[in-house]
Design a protein around this ligand. Structure first.
Ligand SMILES: NC(=O)C1=CN([C@@H]2O[C@H](COP(=O)(O)OP(=O)(O)OC[C@H]3O[C@@H](n4cnc5c(N)ncnc54)[C@H](O)[C@@H]3O)[C@@H](O)[C@H]2O)C=CC1
Ligand SMILES: O=C([O-])C1=[NH+]CCC1
Length: 312
């Protein structure tokens, strides 16, 4: 008889996940995914037309590790000024033998941390070793998680942040502990930057190739629909393009599909040593988000939860 499922709240997930262990597990998972060791169909999306959004279903099975999981994530194209969240997620961990649910956990923290950690892995693999300036475009949830993991993993001399209003960039600056330079234009934020993170909700290009320093690394996280963009054609065509999933990117990424840019490799190919990391060139990591990232994060949360709650 299976145990009843446990429920793990946002607060508990936050207290159980740390970037160091999470990043190690994600790097291994990206490698496994690109070696074909993970069953993970491209996200199924159900349009929520009335609310300008989508429900994404992200099932994943890692047979070797006995991990079966699915995330349910709603994401929206919100009007400017809307206070409603742009993503809401729940993660369900199952027992693959019995088909029973082991845990239902909050997916907000998992989505924030695993997405940022994968971007940080892309930077570790693809940025120039002498990188000094990080620019973050956007000041929402992903901007904060990216700021946290990038400043934990690397030692940038300057971190710049851009938002469409100066107020938001300054509010972001006051919400973090380290130094941040708020910028009034994208051009000002990215000029000379070695690493650029785009974490906006925009559906038209916001980052233009003419402003990007040759050899810079761009982690592009927003624009997860086939007709949404964050990057322009110039950047997409000049850069060597890496993705989390080639199949996901060619199905879901407007930046890839509409620019006609070629996907050079998955991050997992670089981790596995089957494709090179072109650090000397301008690189784009187009992130769409994968179920396997949620699955290994949820397994880590569940392991830690069990260790904390087991009887002495
Ligand atoms: N690749 C992945 O794995 C994931 C991608 N995402 C995507 O990342 C993006 C950011 O997500 P969150 O930080 O959770 O959203 P958020 O709503 O917390 O923040 C969005 C930011 O974009 C800005 N923004 C909105 N419209 C804009 C426009 N037209 N031009 C420029 N900036 C604009 C907002 O002011 C805000 O700073 C979204 O597009 C979301 O769908 C979210 C989760 C995972
Ligand atoms: O992977 C993910 O959770 C998402 N990608 C785009 C919106 C949410």
């Amino acid at each position: 008889m299976a145990d009843p499922p446990v429920t793990i709240s946002e607060h508990e997930v936050e207290s159980l996940l740390q970037y160091s262990e999470l990043t190690t597990r994600l790097e291994k998972a990206l490698g496994k995914f690109s070696r074909g060791e993970v069953v993970q169909p491209v996200r199924t999306t159900v349009p929520l037309q009335k609310h300008n959004g989508f429900l994404g279903l992200m099932p994943t099975y890692i047979e070797h590790d006995g991990v079966l999981c699915t995330k349910l994530v709603c994401f929206y194209k919100r009007e400017d000024g809307s206070t409603l969240p742009s993503t809401r997620a729940t993660v369900v961990l199952l027992d693959p033998e019995y088909g029973s649910v082991k845990a239902v956990m909050d997916g907000e923290v998992i989505t924030g941390m695993r997405t940022a950690a994968v971007s940080a892995i892309s930077a570790k693999l693809l940025m120039r070793p002498e990188a000094e300036v990080l620019a973050i475009l956007g000041t929402g949830k992903q901007a904060l998680s990216h700021y946290n993991v990038f400043t934990e993993m690397f030692s940038f001399k300057e971190v710049r942040v851009w938002s469409r209003t100066k107020d938001r960039a300054e509010k972001f600056m006051h919400s973090v502990t380290g130094p941040v330079t708020p910028c009034v234009s994208v051009e000002e934020a990215v000029k000379g930057a070695d690493v650029i993170v785009t974490v906006t909700r925009c559906t038209e290009p916001v980052l233009f190739g003419q402003w990007v320093k040759p050899g810079a690394h761009v982690a592009a996280v927003g624009a997860c629909r086939p007709n949404w963009r964050e990057l322009d054609d110039v950047l997409m065509k000049e850069a060597v393009v890496y993705t989390d999933s080639r199949q996901g990117a060619t199905t879901e990424s407007g930046d890839v599909i509409l620019s006609g840019a070629e996907v050079f490799a998955e991050l997992g190919d670089v981790i596995n040593g089957t494709k090179p990391a072109h650090r000397e060139k301008t690189t784009v990591f187009k992130s769409l988000g994968m179920g396997v990232e949620d699955a290994v994060s949820a397994e880590l949360v569940f392991d830690q939860w069990k260790a904390k709650n087991s009887q002495p």
